[in-house]
Design a protein around this ligand. Sequence first.
Ligand code: MN
Length: 244
Amino acid sequence: MSNNTQNRRQFLKTSGKAGMAMAALPIITKLSPSNMMISSEYVQQPLPYGYAALEPFIDALTMEIHYTKHAAAYAKNLADACVAEKVDTNATNLSDLLKNISQYSPKMRNNAGGHFNHELFWQLMKPAPATAPTGALAEAITKTFGSFDAFKTALGDAAKARFGSGWAWLVVKTDGSLAVSSTPNQDNPLMDIAETKGAPILGLDVWEHAYYLKYQNKRPDYINAWWNLVNWEFVQKKYAEATH
Ligand code: MN
């Protein structure tokens, strides 16, 4: 029996029914005065699948730590930064905040980016997805990169070449064309400080926290495995929204 289990049992034994109800609450419903009025877009949403759902490509422990520790911390720190920097989250879309991120603190930049990027990342993966896009997105990818395989190589190369922590992206630029880019840390293509600006429709997290437990230093193996999880229907929806 782990210490955690022991502590939890002890807690339940000593705190009775009230303690049981508290222990059963998922993290998302824990409201504090600082996030009670916050817009849902700024709050971590439930993971759309279980921690083990993306096995064997992403292991359950990595997913659990990634979601409950790393991503949860970005959401919490974003809420704190919004209070400190007087952002009314009900009056400011998160994407508009990101588009003006140079006007805010480094804490806001890191955590607004971190929260946005992870909320997108969870949604653009699913177990056993289609292996390739169809329709307008498939046509645009072929037109831009020559073939679907050439696109995968380009995005994979951007992900491998990102020194340290960051992301690789498929971006719809403001003129409607597609591009592959990469950003450091938790920056993203919406930000006014990004080299390649536009709407991110696919993003790959290449922070070590996303893969180290299973893949250690072998980032290319993680990248290759990740293609088995891309939810192309979701990416197609993002593409349609960005090009309408
Ligand atoms: Mn991450």
